[in-house]
Design a protein around this ligand. Sequence first.
Ligand SMILES: Cc1cc2nc3c(=O)[nH]c(=O)nc-3n(C[C@H](O)[C@H](O)[C@H](O)COP(=O)(O)OP(=O)(O)OC[C@H]3O[C@@H](n4cnc5c(N)ncnc54)[C@H](O)[C@@H]3O)c2cc1C
Length: 416
Amino acid sequence: MVGAIWQVDGPRNAGRVAALGSASNLDAMTSNHQAPEASVTLDFALSPELADLRERATKVAAEGVAEYGVHHDCWINGFSREFSQRLAAEGWIGMTWPVEHGGGGRPEIERLVVAEAMISAGAPIAASWFVDRQMGPTMFRFGTPDQQQRFLPGMLRGDETWSIGMSEPDAGSDLASVATSLVRDGDVYVVNGQKIWTSFASDADYVYLIARTSREGPPHQGLSELIVPLNLPGIDIRPVTDMIGNRHFCEVFFNNVRVPAANLVGVEGGAFAQTMGQLEHERGGIDRVVSNRPLFDIAMAHADLNDPLVRQEIAAIETGYRIGRLLVYRAAVGQAPAGSAAMTKCIGTEHEQRVADFAARVLGPHAMASDDLWRAIGYAPAYTIQGGTSDIMRNIIGERTLGLPREPRAKAATGG
Ligand SMILES: Cc1cc2nc3c(=O)[nH]c(=O)nc-3n(C[C@H](O)[C@H](O)[C@H](O)COP(=O)(O)OP(=O)(O)OC[C@H]3O[C@@H](n4cnc5c(N)ncnc54)[C@H](O)[C@@H]3O)c2cc1C
């Protein structure tokens, strides 16, 4: 998928954009913070090594953008296997994975620095993002040694793309309602059913499937996870065009698909706990805060900074950006408060929607002159849906973090 470079004529406030929007501004702010002795210190100033890493990542991201264009929500919409291979060559896929599994064994903060540079620029990282964020960690946590040997090298080379098959027409927030079935037949599972909203299924090599191995007991107890190569007979993949013309979503139909039982990940019937761990990875990252940062930069360059209403909006956006970023950085240095992933998802994605609203107001009809701008604005409702809706995040924060009474539930809603 190749996008165009976003362009709007005549930036008016480019200098101010750079000053207000730069990550180093936050670093400068936080590095001057003098914490009282014996308190927990939050110091987000980057070390010289991290600053160098950010500079390198920013340069590579700019090259990716120059070649493939700026993508809104680039970790879903910017699909380029070539660029993923470039990331692999830099050692930026699996940076934090254990060395014994071929990963970099590097601290989480380094991965964050690289990811922030890529996503803030809109670089095309989608072909390897799910792998780096979820599938690899799942594989070395729950996979068998054989699965690790078979699947991790392709992920680390940036050669193989994975999609995630959780959601179904009647199971999105309520993952326990998943109905796609896995029936054991000797040394294979036979898969029947339908998934929907499966991002990149039409381009990917595998789908990481959540499906039902049992209908006994509470619904969440009968779920299992299976690695399904997408070229198997009986799989029908139909891309769905969203309202702004993106075609990464797919419906995936499984009709008596025979998958080696050796591809089951973890314990049969034990997928619910595994999936919840994966969703923690999915929700708490910088991808939930800066996915449309380039749109903000363009809007800022055209905003009337003397207009009091515009100034208020900018202040609200910058506040959301900084809170979201602080949550992510805290998590990366091991200082995350309980429930931090749901908070990051909720605060960060609602911030991204404010950015889109702001851009729509500031750019007005000019946005319609550029395909990429109106698409970036029109895409915004997706932010608070994908990976679990804001309603579900608020339920999680209320129940698990604040200890509020649980919502009355016939079924447990957990978000896909
Ligand atoms: C851009 C994008 C990419 C996606 N990629 C993937 C993918 O790769 N793989 C995949 O499996 N899925 C994917 N999804 C699907 C996504 O995970 C689901 O859309 C999401 O979990 C919501 O499920 P739903 O659409 O079925 O909505 P529903 O669950 O039907 O929810 C409808 C409405 O009811 C509200 N609601 C539901 N339950 C509750 C409750 N208990 N309390 C309060 N409110 C509630 C929701 O907040 C929402 O407003 C993607 C979605 C988007 C937008």
